[in-house]
Design a protein around this ligand. Structure first.
Ligand SMILES: NC(=O)c1ccc[n+]([C@@H]2O[C@H](COP(=O)([O-])OP(=O)(O)OC[C@H]3O[C@@H](n4cnc5c(N)ncnc54)[C@H](OP(=O)(O)O)[C@@H]3O)[C@@H](O)[C@H]2O)c1
Length: 334
C-alpha cells in the first residue's frame, strides 16, 4: 500500500513509500482511508518544532476518515463497512486524559493516518455524521474537537455570551461555527479583509483586521461596550496572550490552545488581578467527540474546507498550510 513517512525534518523529509498492509490484532480495526485533513501541528511535526526527538520514520497526520475493511476477533463496537474517523488520542475514551493515553496521539507518538490502510484501536474510532462528506468528516478529530472542548465541555458557553476567535484557521473557524450554533456572539480577527468577509457570511458578529489594528484588543473592548469578551480562543500563544488578557472581561475565560504567534512575555499577574480562568485545552476525548457529533448532526453543520489535495500532492498541502493563505481546513483526498 501507499503511505507517507516523515523520514527527516523539512518538506523534503515527507516521502511517499510502499508499506505492507496492516493486519488487525484482536482489538484493532483496519480502516481504508478516504480522506485526511491537516492541522498546524502536522506542519510543526514536519519542521521539528513540535517534537525535536521525533521517531523516524513516522506516518503523519491525526485526522482521517475511511471505511472499516477488517476487524479483530474481539471487536464489537464497529463492523466491516462502517465509516469512521480515528480519535486523536487512541486511548482517551472519556474522563481525564491519563499518562498512558497521552502517549497514543496519532501522527505524533504513534503512526498516523496518511496511508491507504491504517490499523486503529477499536475504542479509538468513531462514526461520522451521515450528512458530511468524507473530507468534511476528516476535519473533525483535532481542530473541531479542540474548539468544542474549549467552548462547550470546559468552557460551558451559554447563549448570549461573547467569544473572541483569533485568525481564520481550522480551530478558529470551528469555534466561530460552534459559537453561532450556541446562540452566542462571536468576534473574529484576521490579517485579511477578504477572510473577514467570509467569516461574516458564516455568522461572525464583529470582525477586526489585526494587521491594520495592531491594538485589536482595544477594538474588542470597544465592540463589547467596554466590558471585554467573555471567552478567548487563544491560538496565538505567548505572542498574543497579553492582548487576549486585555480583551477579556474580568472573571472571563481564556482557552490556551496554540502557539501561532510565536514567543512573547505573558503577564501572569494580570491573570490574578482580573480573576481570569485560563484553561489548557488538549484536543478532547471520544466522549466529547460523541457529544460534538450529536450537535453537528442536529444543526446539519458543515465544516469549512478551503482546498482538497490529491494524495500524491500531500507535500503541496503542507506548503499551502505553511503559506497561511487558507480559510478553515485543508484536506487530502485518497
Ligand atoms: N491544544 C490543542 O489541542 C490544539 C489543537 C489544535 C490546534 N492547536 C494549535 O492551535 C493553533 C491553530 O491551529 P490550526 O490548525 O487552526 O492552525 P491554522 O489552520 O494553520 O491557522 C492559521 C491561521 O492562524 C492565523 N494566525 C496566524 N498567526 C496569527 C496571529 N499572530 N494572530 C492571530 N491569528 C494568527 C492566520 O489567520 P488569518 O490568515 O485569518 O490572519 C492563519 O491563517 C496552532 O498553534 C495549533 O498547534 C492546538
Amino acid at each position: 500500500m501507499k503511505a507517507y513517512e516523515i523520514q527527516k525534518f523539512g518538506f523534503d523529509g515527507l516521502a511517499l513509500v510502499e508499506r505492507p498492509e496492516p493486519k488487525p490484532s484482536a482489538n484493532q480495526v483496519i480502516v481504508k482511508m478516504r480522506a485526511a485533513s491537516l492541522n498546524y501541528r502536522d506542519l510543526m511535526m514536519l519542521s521539528g518544532l513540535y517534537n525535536p526527538r521525533l521517531r523516524f520514520p513516522l506516518v503523519p497526520l491525526s485526522d482521517g476518515v475511511g471505511e472499516v475493511v477488517a476487524i479483530g476477533s474481539e471487536v464489537t463496537r464497529v463492523k466491516v463497512g462502517d465509516r469512521v474517523a480515528g480519535t486523536f488520542f487512541q486511548k482517551w475514551t472519556g474522563g481525564d486524559l491519563t499518562e498512558d493515553g497521552a502517549k497514543t496521539a496519532l501522527g505524533g507518538a504513534i503512526d498516523g493516518v496518511l496511508a491507504e490502510y491504517v490499523a486503529l484501536d477499536a475504542d479509538g474510532v468513531i462514526h461520522i455524521p451521515e450528512h458530511l462528506t468524507d473530507e468534511e468528516g476528516a476535519t473533525l478529530p483535532c481542530a473541531a474537537l479542540t474548539a468544542w472542548n474549549a467552548l462547550v465541555t470546559q468552557g460551558r458557553l451559554k447563549a448570549g455570551e461573547s467569544v473572541l476567535a483569533l485568525g481564520t484557521g481550522g480551530v478558529s473557524i470551528f469555534a466561530l461555527q460552534f459559537v453561532v450554533m450556541s446562540g452566542a456572539r462571536v468576534v473574529i480577527t484576521s490579517s485579511s479583509d477578504e477572510k473577514l468577509q467570509r467569516a461574516k457570511q458564516l455568522g461572525a458578529h464583529e470582525t477586526i483586521n489585526y494587521k491594520e489594528n495592531p491594538k485589536w484588543e482595544e477594538k474588542v473592548r470597544e465592540v463589547t461596550g467596554g466590558r471585554g469578551i467573555d471567552h478567548v480562543i487563544e491560538v496565538g500563544g505567548a505572542g498574543t496572550f497579553n492582548k487576549s488578557v486585555r480583551a477579556v472581561r474580568r472573571g472571563g475565560t481564556i482557552s490556551m490552545i496554540g502557539v501561532l504567534a510565536g514567543p512573547g512575555d505573558a503577564s501572569l499577574i494580570s491573570i490574578l488581578m482580573n480573576g481570569l480562568r485560563v484553561q489548557g485545552i488538549f484536543v478532547g476525548s471520544r466522549e466529547m467527540f460523541e457529544a460534538m457529533n450529536a450537535a453537528i448532526k442536529l444543526h446539519k453543520m458543515r465544516p469549512v474546507i478551503d482546498r482538497v489535495f490529491p494524495l500524491q500532492e500531500a507535500r503541496a498541502a503542507y506548503q499551502f498550510m505553511a503559506s497561511g493563505s487558507h480559510f478553515g481546513k485543508i484536506c487530502i483526498g485518497f
